[in-house]
Design a protein around this ligand. Sequence first.
Ligand SMILES: [Zn+2]
Ligand SMILES: [Zn+2]
Length: 324
Amino acid sequence: MRALVCEAAGRAALVERPDLVPGPGEVVVRVKAALTCGTDLKLLRRGHPKVPFPVTLGHEMAGVVDSAGAGAPFAPGDRVTSAVTAPCGVCRPCRDGRQNLCETAFDAPLWGAFADFVLLSPRLVRGAVRRVPDGLSFGAAALLDPLASVVHGLSRVAPKAGSRLLIAGCGPIGLLFFLLLRGKGSEIGVTGLERGRLALFATLGAGVDEAEAPFDLVVDTTGDPAYASSLASRVAPGGTLLLFAGMAAGSRLSADAFRVHYEEVSVVGSFHYTPADADRALSLLASGAVPTAPLLSKTRPLAEWREAFGEAERGDVMKTVLVP
Ligand SMILES: [Zn+2]
Ligand SMILES: [Zn+2]
């Protein structure tokens, strides 16, 4: 089987690997669709504090169970997708219902979807893998992970109908926020640098951000601390800045404390998602409530991964579906 293995920052290649054989509780999935994501790009360019090299890239995927180990509740032929982690269920955050903050979930996340096959651990099989509903394509089902994150982000802020919203950053995450929030009587503005992506937002009905306007909810999807600080000043009295994108350890945010007190401006973080968020994401995809065509810009064979990464990095596309 082929796998896109990243040996070190900046060094990746599609290489031959031995066939995967599932042990007890494990499942081997034949990958049918794996999506490009900014996290894979970052991992390839500069590594990731939580993901040691070498690593097979790719974590947003759907496919067909090829073989299942003893005791795994799936059978060959099952169409499946997966969350990236499964909570342990016993640590303090898990017991408090905040499984997205599970202390061990990221010890062994799903990684390795840019390959012909991927092996899923017993923990993922028990708590992360889900059957793909009939009628949902593999490419759309592979959106489970990013959409679940966005579902979680919105659960942290619960915007009211008619709220004024600003989405900072015009990539796939910004687009998922937009697609979930539009039609709720809200005005939605978007900011960003990539013209092609901004044009797509405009065709879907997003407004242009007028640099003076205040918003009830501002969502940062850029992860740039200086920019996020500037966004704090765009929040209307009583409103919220949602820090959705990750920032490096030690990053500092600066906000006007006067406004945080006298105007009750809130700064809220959002990280990852719970199993309930993932279930909700899958049902939103299955019902068609979140249209996937604007997100899945292109389909390419896995062998064209370099082209796919390049066009994603340039902002020419939202996501590319890589098909092994
Ligand atoms: Zn991702
Ligand atoms: Zn836990």
